[in-house]
Design a protein around this ligand. Structure first.
Ligand code: 13P
Ligand code: SF4
Length: 319
């Protein structure tokens, strides 16, 4: 529609004027992803978002995602201005891991290497030895376990137990979960496979073990998109946020993608499996992003320095 195009043009003009670039996650809406792509920004998983923001020459990063992604950008490049459509876009994993309780937990187990998922606050990262995203969690934990290290893992218990099962590492686990992925049900996927016997199942590792057990491929959002392209199957059942369908359909247009069923939802549900915080990134809020005074990501300087270490360790390891 003409009004939407006008809004998009307006945002693009403003991005240029402010020397700013959009760094978006695959779970944002198709409109936001298309805008990021067509304005020189990026759409990616959380690891690549961190890398892109760090390496881009823009003075301002507009992070279309959730709070921890904005904080990661700010920690890695404290001299850049980092704006978000709203700072209220949080994550259930971040919310479920308050820094004071986490520090106490770590202090009680000083013999363990502290590995935290990127979906955490700057204060939690500041207490960590390593930060990982879902795309390299297995490799990092395997590397540590091979050196005989015992691990504290936080906050996602599903990703943690998947990593533990795959690597056999000694992991003491925090009890957090993603409210979106936790809802996927093995029963519903099995029912869907009856209707589509040739379908492959792609699963994000924040899903419960019973769902991961049914997967043909387990991986981060980027890894799921790559698997969708390379697997021979024409039909794919996808257990991750529905926002990813925009890229899946673009990267494999001849394939059929079906969202994995969640509790109490039909197999073709379109509004389920949507992160409520990712949904806060709308075109309207992006249009106002430079005009507000309550949406700049600020990270305490001392915490930022401490959190930068495990983040840089992750980025160096990922290279
Ligand atoms: P990715 O790193 O796979 O993009 O995951 C981020 C996230 O929040 C998943 O729910
Ligand atoms: Fe957090 Fe889950 Fe939303 Fe990802 S989908 S941002 S893990 S609540």
């Amino acid at each position: 529609p003409a009004a939407e195009q006008q809004l998009i043009d307006q945002i693009k003009t403003r991005l240029k004027k402010e020397n700013a670039v959009i760094v978006a996650h695959y779970y944002t809406s198709p409109e936001v992803q298309a805008l990021a792509e067509s304005s020189g920004g990026c759409v990616s998983d959380s690891l690549e978002m961190a890398r892109f923001g760090r390496d881009h020459s823009a003075e301002t990063l507009v992070v279309a995602g959730v709070r921890f992604m904005g904080e990661t950008a700010k920690i890695l490049t404290p001299d850049k201005r980092v704006l978000m459509p709203t700072l209220e876009a949080t994550c259930s994993l971040d919310l479920g891991c308050p820094a004071d309780e986490f520090v106490e937990f770590c202090d009680a187990h000083p013999d363990r290497e502290v590995v935290v998922y990127a979906n955490t606050s700057a204060a939690v990262k500041a207490r960590a030895d390593w930060v990982v995203t879902s795309s390299i969690a297995l490799d990092v934990v395997e590397h540590l376990s091979d050196q005989g290290k015992k691990i504290i893992w936080a906050p996602d218990r599903h990703l943690g137990s998947y990593v533990q099962r795959e690597t056999g590492a000694d992991m003491l686990m925090w009890d957090g979960a993603c409210i979106v992925h936790e809802e996927f049900k093995a029963r519903g996927i099995l029912d869907l496979k009856q209707v589509h016997p040739d379908a492959a199942v792609l699963v994000h590792p924040e899903s419960p073990a019973s769902v991961i057990d049914l997967a043909d491929h387990v991986g981060s959002t980027t890894q799921i998109i790559k698997a969708a392209q390379s697997l021979p199957n024409k039909t794919l059942i996808v257990a991750t946020d529905h926002g990813i369908f925009y890229q899946l359909q673009k990267s494999a247009p001849d394939k059929q993608f079906i969202i994995a069923p969640t509790a109490g939802q039909g197999a073709t549900c379109r509004s389920c499996a949507n992160c409520p915080w990712m949904a806060m990134n709308e075109l309207e809020s992006l249009a106002r992003v430079f005009d507000r005074d309550d949406n700049e990501v600020i990270v305490d300087a001392e915490l930022g320095v401490a959190a930068m270490k495990p983040l840089n360790r992750m980025l160096a390891f990922a290279q």
